[in-house]
Structures are given as structure tokens and as C-alpha cells.
Design a binder for this molecule. Structure first.
Ligand SMILES: Nc1nc2c(c(=O)[nH]1)N[C@@H](CN(C=O)c1ccc(C(=O)N[C@@H](CCC(=O)O)C(=O)O)cc1)CN2
Length: 281
């Protein structure tokens, strides 16, 4: 077996940013407003603050505007809902990003679902998930949407393949499974209560690590020739998948860092541009 193909999300995101920059220029030259993303960060989690800053920086690199809203740790659901409602009504804002997770006292689902569907560029609403799952037009959840772009870019075959998604969160595992199913993969979703995880992962042509636990998925479970996608990001450049020896025996794999993370941000800003284009029609 040859060395694994590295699914380089960092390089692809950079390439797509240059295309986005030209597209933003074309849109504004044609008389449209500069696309603007509103980001909402509630509380002081340092990792979340970093991710929001990375999203702001990406907007700046492609010539889009962003508005940064920071709310205190003790924010209530009602206060956050009121903030989202203001952004829904603001004609300058074409996309709204509510950084996950929010502090425990907030009803996160209610707040995600308060985002107007046409501004849900992060693909977090129940309505958007339902539409996407049914194969209808909707913005996809950013991480799985970025993963699909990465897989398509590298011509990874999906139709008829057995994809095993480890994780079932509303913004990652569940939409990932739906997107792979829509691409005609045969999908198994595993989670923390799955009894025979090692055996199920061992059947996968495509393994998606989306469980949020460092190296929970062991290298020895993964079969030779599989495609390995790691959506985990833990301190020290560790993902959800232990990759010991995988580079010598799998078909393709995403690095951590530099794989799924940059594609998450790229999906968000691509969908923000798309929202601006739709609004300009
Ligand atoms: N509302 C949302 N909240 C969260 C999402 C999301 O898509 N929408 N995803 C994650 C965190 N996340 C974006 O928010 C995210 C995490 C990591 C990266 C990334 O590019 N990481 C780098 C390494 C980190 C670094 O350089 O400091 C990499 O993998 O190369 C991007 C986005 C949870 N919350």
C-alpha cells in the first residue's frame, strides 16, 4: 500500500479563499453591500474566543465585514434571543454565527432555532437540518459541509461506500450522517452507548471521528485502505482518532491540525457569501 493521501484542508481553504475574495469583489462591484457576518460569543471560554477570532480573520481576508458581539457569562436565554432577533431584523447582516457551546443556563437549541433561516449560514437550525436532510436547499452545518467539500475536492468515492460516523451531535454527527446518505453512502452512526464500536469502525470504508473525545477511535480498529476523517481538535494537536501507523496503510486521512478545522471556517464564510448573493437577487 502506498502512503496515504493527505486531505489537506488548510491548503484547500486557502485556495478557496482566493476564489471567495474575487467573488466578493464581483458582488460589491455589481452594487451589492459588502457581505457581513455577525458572530456571537457568550462567556469567556478561551477556545471559543479563538475560533470566533479565526472566523473574523477569515472574513477580513476575503473582503467581507464582520460584527463581533460578545455577551457576558451570565447572559440569559431571553437576552440572547433578543440579540438574535435584532440581528435577524438588521438588513446589513446576511449571516449569524452563534458560537457553540453557550453557558449551561442558556437554552442553546432555542437560540439556534431563533436564527432566521436565510441567515443560518452556520447551518445550526432545526429547520435547516430538516431541509438539508431531505435534500432540499439549505445551508449545511459548517463542519460536515466543510468535510463534504474536502472529500469531493479529493474525489473520494462515496456512493455505495460504508461510512461510519462516530458521534451524533446536532451540529456534527447527525448532519454528517445525513450529508453522506444524500451522497449515496451507506451510513452507520455510532456513539458513546454503541456496544461494538471497534467492530463497526472496522467495517468502515470511510471513518468519521466526530465524538469529541481525544483518540477514542483506535488506529488498530481501522481497516487497510479506509478513508479517515478526523473532526476532533484537542489540545496538543490531538484528534478523535489515534493515527499511529495509519499513514502507511490507509487510502487517505485528514491531519490535525490542518484538516477539518480550516474547512469548517471556509464553509461558514462560503455560505455567508451565498446568503449575500441570494439577498442581492
Ligand atoms: N456555532 C458553531 N460552534 C462550533 C463549531 C461550529 O462549526 N459552529 N465548531 C467547533 C469549533 N470550531 C468552530 O467554531 C473550530 C474548531 C477548530 C478550527 C481549526 O481550524 N482548528 C485548527 C487548529 C487550531 C488552531 O490553529 O488554533 C486546525 O484544525 O487546523 C476551526 C473551527 C465548535 N463550535
Amino acid at each position: 500500500m502506498m502512503a496515504a493521501l493527505i486531505l489537506d484542508g488548510k491548503a484547500l481553504a486557502k485556495h478557496r479563499e482566493s476564489q471567495l475574495k474575487s467573488a466578493v469583489e464581483a458582488l460589491t462591484k455589481a452594487g451589492s453591500e459588502v457581505p457581513t457576518l455577525a458572530t456571537i460569543l457568550v462567556g469567556g471560554d478561551p477556545a471559543s474566543a479563538t475560533y470566533v477570532q479565526m472566523k473574523q480573520n477569515a472574513c477580513q481576508r476575503v473582503g467581507m465585514d464582520s460584527v463581533k458581539i460578545e455577551m457576558p457569562e451570565e447572559t440569559s436565554t431571553e437576552q440572547l434571543l433578543a440579540q438574535i432577533e435584532m440581528l435577524n431584523k438588521d438588513p446589513k447582516i446576511c449571516g449569524i454565527l452563534l458560537q457553540h457551546p453557550v453557558p449551561a443556563q442558556i437554552d442553546e437549541r432555542a437560540c439556534f432555532d431563533a436564527i432566521a433561516i436565510e441567515k443560518d449560514v452556520d447551518g445550526v437550525t432545526t429547520q435547516g437540518f430538516g431541509l438539508m436532510s431531505m435534500g432540499e436547499l439549505a445551508f449545511g452545518s459548517a463542519t460536515p459541509a466543510g468535510i463534504m467539500t474536502l472529500l469531493h475536492h479529493y474525489d473520494v468515492p462515496l456512493a455505495g461506500k460504508h461510512a461510519v460516523v462516530v458521534g451524533r451531535s446536532p451540529i456534527l454527527g447527525k448532519p454528517m450522517a445525513a450529508m453522506l446518505l444524500n451522497a449515496n453512502a451507506t451510513v452507520t452512526v455510532c456513539h458513546s452507548r454503541t456496544e461494538n464500536l471497534a467492530a463497526l469502525v472496522g467495517q468502515a470504508d470511510i471513518v468519521i471521528g466526530a465524538v469529541g473525545q481525544p483518540e477514542l477511535i483506535k488506529a488498530e480498529w481501522i481497516k487497510d485502505g479506509a478513508v479517515v476523517v478526523d473532526a476532533g481538535y484537542h489540545p496538543g494537536g490531538i484528534g478523535d482518532i489515534d493515527k499511529t501507523g495509519l499513514a502507511e496503510r490507509v487510502m487517505a486521512l485528514t491531519p490535525v491540525p490542518g484538516g477539518v478545522g480550516p474547512m469548517t471556517i471556509n464553509a461558514l464564510i462560503s455560505q455567508t457569501l451565498e446568503s449575500a448573493r441570494i439577498a442581492a437577487q
